[in-house]
Design a protein around this ligand. Structure first.
Ligand SMILES: NC(=O)C1=CN([C@@H]2O[C@H](COP(=O)(O)OP(=O)(O)OC[C@H]3O[C@@H](n4cnc5c(N)ncnc54)[C@H](O)[C@@H]3O)[C@@H](O)[C@H]2O)C=CC1
Ligand SMILES: O=C([O-])CC(=O)C(=O)O
Length: 331
């Protein structure tokens, strides 16, 4: 039998967890031949642990062929034990009128403890994807506390923003979303994120040329993508969950399968100084994976002065967030 992958999921009984776990157990994340063990972490309070037990009962009731085993726990050291992937979702979502950065004080400390637990207990090939907001800076905190884990094993998620940009461009061009390729987000997963309309193509041509409406691209398109999370919260009363879970499936697949020639995906990874984003910040870049655990930031993409200015502002916001959490970083 193929050795099962151990996947730790924090906040497993939350709304993203509920949408995510059946998809992983069904093989959507690691493929139809890869068994999984789900190691599910929830808060050490009765309501959360009861809800987690209920989720596990439902997973049992799905009789997924690939679901090898489940671990239910309130202890990060148990959840991350021998984990090959740690999906850090558990944290507070924002409410109406809040920015994601407003969560830093409350959620940041979670990622210090979890970074240490990943370091001490996860498998030697562990990879970590952070979803809990503000995800870039939370990933930065976890990465800094996991001293023995190479930095490039840490990522945060802008795949949802990429998918949103793709859908908006397709709708405007009157084509199916599959006609849009290389949709791309730069910078922070926040209201300053930068959806690229120059390097993205529609039916093989630059999206900017196909749409031919610069005012829409730099105005409505930009704001719709930047504010989509807030719009979902306003409409649903809760933040995106099904689309976030689906994007996390995409995110992990993007990093574990070889990226086709000429393509890239948006992943927040530690900056090596590319595109003038200060080294060490976790920023969204165009990323290509080799399918063997490695990846590269795609070099040489041309940005317009408008996009360059927006990316500089988003990188400055990331630097500001890092300064805000200085007390949570190792000295
Ligand atoms: N990066 C992205 O694109 C997106 C990020 N998010 C973020 O994902 C996070 C989770 O969202 P939801 O699932 O909707 O929230 P939720 O409130 O429904 O679920 C969060 C779960 O995490 C648990 N939790 C909280 N602290 C924990 C800890 N220290 N250890 C383990 N579990 C813990 C809670 O008990 C709860 O069950 C939020 O921070 C949200 O803002 C949401 C959508 C997209
Ligand atoms: O907007 C939020 O708070 C949740 C989120 O990150 C998103 O939907 O992109």
């Amino acid at each position: 039998m193929v050795t099962p992958i151990r996947v730790a999921i924090t906040g497993a009984a939350g709304q993203i967890g509920y949408a995510l776990l059946p998809r992983i157990a069904n093989g959507d994340m690691f493929g139809p031949d890869q068994p999984v063990v789900l190691q599910m972490l929830e808060l050490p309070i009765d309501a959360a642990q009861d809800a987690l037990r209920g989720v596990a009962m439902e997973l049992d009731d799905c009789a997924f062929p690939l679901l090898h085993d489940m671990v239910l726990t309130s202890d990060p050291n148990v959840a991350f034990k021998d984990a090959n992937w740690c999906l850090l979702v558990g944290s507070k979502p924002r409410g109406p009128g809040m920015e994601r950065g407003d969560l830093l004080r409350e959620n940041g400390p979670i990622f210090e403890a979890q970074g240490k637990a990943v370091n001490d207990h996860a498998a030697s090939d562990v990879r970590v994807a952070v979803v809990g907001n503000p995800c870039n800076t939370n990933a930065l905190i976890a990465m800094n506390w996991a001293k023995d884990v190479p930095n490039e094993r840490f990522s945060a998620m802008t795949r949802l923003d990429q998918n949103r940009a793709q859908a908006q461009l397709a709708a405007k061009a009157g084509v199916h979303s599959t006609a849009v390729k290389n949709a791309l987000i730069w910078g922070n997963h926040s209201a300053t994120q930068v959806p690229d309309f120059v390097n993205c193509t529609i039916d093989g041509r630059s999206a900017a040329d196909v749409i031919g409406d610069e005012a829409w691209l730099t105005g409505e398109f930009f704001q719709t993508v930047q504010q989509r999370g807030a719009a979902i919260i306003k409409a649903r009363g809760k933040s995106s969950a099904a689309s976030a879970a689906s994007a996390l499936i995409d995110h992990v697949r993007d990093l574990t399968t070889p990226t086709p020639n000429g393509r890239w995906n948006s992943v927040c990874v530690p900056s090596d100084g590319s595109y003038d984003v200060p080294e060490g910040l976790i920023s969204s870049f165009p990323v290509r994976a080799d399918g063997k655990g490695g990846y590269e930031i795609v070099q040489g993409l041309e940005l317009t002065p408008f996009l360059k200015e927006k990316l500089a502002a988003s990188a400055a916001e990331l630097a500001h967030e890092r300064d805000e959490v200085k007390a949570l970083l190792p000295s």
